[in-house]
Design a protein around this ligand. Sequence first.
Ligand code: 5AD
Ligand code: SF4
Length: 486
Amino acid sequence: MTSRPEAELDTSAAAETKTASGDNTRKVFVRTYGCQMNVYDSERMTDVLAPQGYSTTADMEEADLVILNTCHIREKAAEKVYSELGRIRKVKEERAKAGKDMMVGVAGCVAQAEGEEISRRAPIVDMVVGPQSYHQLPSLLDKARQGQKVVETEFDIDAKFDHLSARAEKPIMKRPPAAFLTVQEGCDKFCTFCVVPYTRGAEVSRSVEQIVTEAQRMAASGVREVTLLGQNVNAYHGEAADGSTWGLGKLLRRLSEIDGLDRLRYTTSHPRDMDDDLIEAHRELKSLMPYLHLPVQSGSDKILKAMNRKHTRDEYFRLIDRIRVAAPDIALSGDFIIGFPGETDQDFEDTMDLIRRVEYGSAFSFKYSQRPGTPGATMEDQVPEDVKSVRLQELQALLSEQQKAFNASRKGMTCDVLLEKKGRNPGQLVGKSPWLQPVQLDAPESMIGSVQAVEIVEIGSNSLFGRLIAGQDAADGSGAIPAPAA
Ligand code: 5AD
Ligand code: SF4
């Protein structure tokens, strides 16, 4: 299961950071496309580059090194990268006129999928680096500086994970209150529409010890909420110190014991891997937030089978029922693909019916896009674009209605909010509700990084508006409690 859609997370490395050595002589600009895993990977790349004297910049023109961390999940991903490289070429030429050099790297899933083709089509690219090779960036940069065209797309994920955990030895630096932590990478599910098993490779889990160590360091550096990441995160099966294998439920229990980690989340999950222990963890753990991204993709048994999703709609309904019994308060989220080959009006109706029955708090939906190399790309009965568009609109209208209803149902509730950063207006902070909704409220800056009890007083189109409940200790309750009557 892949994580959030690319439109959601087209971020650039915006923050200026100091290198570990304090030697800020070089600047790196990282543009991140795609899911949270790419956001996490971009942070790791800048971590690896820091000891080389690189600090991040949000201004490409002053960058000595530009990295595009790319996504290949849907439509025209590679083409977008090539057109961005065209723009970068101009910036590079301008810098060259001023006597300044600029190296260009392409990382992420497009790098993995396209390999040498990238430096052939875009000669300004000095380095093509697949997701399993980021730990080698310093040596790859050295090679590129010597004029070699570097293409590194080997799948050596264990080496990558070993290296990632070594960063836990570095001095503790202050970090934002909410952060990602990769626990699992790759996928063995082979849904027939999806490139992930090809670009990210087979499923690999990090060891329990590596994850706990990294989470402890995160907590010590100010992180209050950790979202565990994996393309198929609930397939996690990591080795523990005693040689046994832990599932995600057990890992979450262990992480919930870490002082300072008030909140835990995980994404993205496959329905088939939602085991009893993980469901039980939702009932048991106060720090496990009541939000679950559990994509179903389609509500039609015929399409689910063609997608190789390995479950039926009834099995999905039964699973949702079990989850809601354990965690009645949970906000469900999902992904939907419209217009998979062979999808008829009736199949689409089945998807609409499933949505009506489940009632989602939020969801993402996409038109099916033929991904080269996947079985779906060559299936017969591809659905015409105009049909996909009409269906998508109808489906998004329903999902948006459900999201509004879910948001509106929070009005008048008091809930815990993790205050993450300053808001747009002076005196305002922005945080997250337990159900992952942004919440805006007036609060002093000193509260950034703390969990506060907040009454939800107003519902906006994209966020909730809240009011601090003075004097109420929020630290031990993650769910909603009714607001006192006025
Ligand atoms: N076409 C459309 N959507 C896709 N997704 C993955 N592959 C495709 C594709 N070929 C969607 C799925 C997945 C989300 C991250 O992206 O819904 O869950
Ligand atoms: Fe998710 Fe299926 Fe892709 Fe695996 S193959 S990442 S389960 S959509």
